[in-house]
Unconditional design. Structure first.
Length: 271
DNA sequence: CCGACAACCTGACGGC
DNA sequence: TGCCGTCAGGTTGTCG
């Protein structure tokens, strides 16, 4: 479930555990996830002190005092298990601080990734260089969306999923934001009325902030009850609710598939 | 530029 | 209990 809010929650959970702490051990239980781990990953992290835990789009960034930044991506199924009672299947990398806190990067499907790059070059790294603005940052808004949507025939759904336009949205929150803004997911970007674009510019951060708030509240002392960071149940308005009544008009929520991914929407309220 | 599709992997779930 | 098909929050590349 890692879209922007989940990654934000994970990094907020890691921050108090890692910031200012040194890694005593980093155990790699395999040599790769989506891609091979960088050479010397374990050695380069062991003994390093964490300066900051932050986020860009769906990437978690961990800066160290050695001038390196660990770039982590949770893929589809990645989780950070905090002080796990025991090791679990798919605990691929285990970080242990000198204070004895343990974090296990668990990722069943192995679509996640770990990269280590010079902190000074992080923003220019190929993974991050092409990303659009943060939807919760100052560069995001109706004007910027208007420029990105103008003259586009591509569906609004596809444009919002395009990380070069806005960085951090995934399938769930795109569905939710489009519902909130009253925009049909298949509507061509260029045909979205200005008023709806403004609504969308409000809906996107609203939906994300609500999710972050829900995640944060379920975190308590930095972890869900099962020690997992980053995943929390949340009631969605339309996502995953095909056939259920629209919370606004009561008509059944519909599901269509766009470029291989499910879109959930209300055909009456979203045009 | 666009969109459909496949690939990367494992697990959960429903039907039989 | 097992087997089978379907689906899953992401990213990347190919093809037409």
């Amino acid at each position: 479930m890692p879209e922007l809010p989940e990654v934000e929650t994970v990094m907020r959970g890691l921050a108090p555990v890692w910031t200012g702490q040194r890694f005593a051990r980093v155990v790699l239980n395999r040599g790769d996830l989506r891609r091979p781990f960088p050479d010397g990953l374990g050695q380069r992290l062991t003994g390093a002190t964490v300066l900051a835990c932050r986020r860009r789009a769906k990437y978690g960034l961990v800066d160290t005092d050695r001038g390196d930044t660990l770039i982590l991506h949770l893929g589809m199924s990645g989780r950070m298990r905090l002080d796990p009672a025991e090791t679990a299947k798919h605990d691929h990398v285990v970080f242990e601080t000198e204070a004895g806190r343990v974090v296990a990067f668990n990722d069943a499907r192995r679509f996640g990734s770990l990269d280590l790059v010079a902190t000074a070059d992080v923003d220019r790294h190929p993974l991050l260089a092409g990303l659009g603005p943060e939807p919760l940052g100052p560069a995001f808004g109706a004007a910027m969306l208007g420029r990105a949507f103008a003259d586009r025939l591509a569906p609004a759904k596809a444009l919002l999923l395009d990380q070069r336009i806005v960085a951090g949205l995934g399938n769930i929150y795109v569905c939710e934001a489009l519902f909130e803004a009253g925009i049909h997911p298949a509507r061509a970007g260029g045909s979205v009325a200005t008023a709806r674009l403004k609504a969308l510019a409000k809906a996107v951060p609203a939906v994300l902030e609500a999710a972050i708030a829900a995640g944060g509240s379920s975190l308590r002392d930095h972890a869900a009850p099962d020690g997992t960071l980053g995943y929390f149940q949340k009631g969605f308005q339309v996502y995953g609710r095909a056939g259920e009544p629209c919370p606004r008009c009561g008509r059944p929520i519909e599901r269509i598939v766009q470029s291989g991914r499910s879109s959930f929407f209300c055909a009456h309220d979203q045009r």
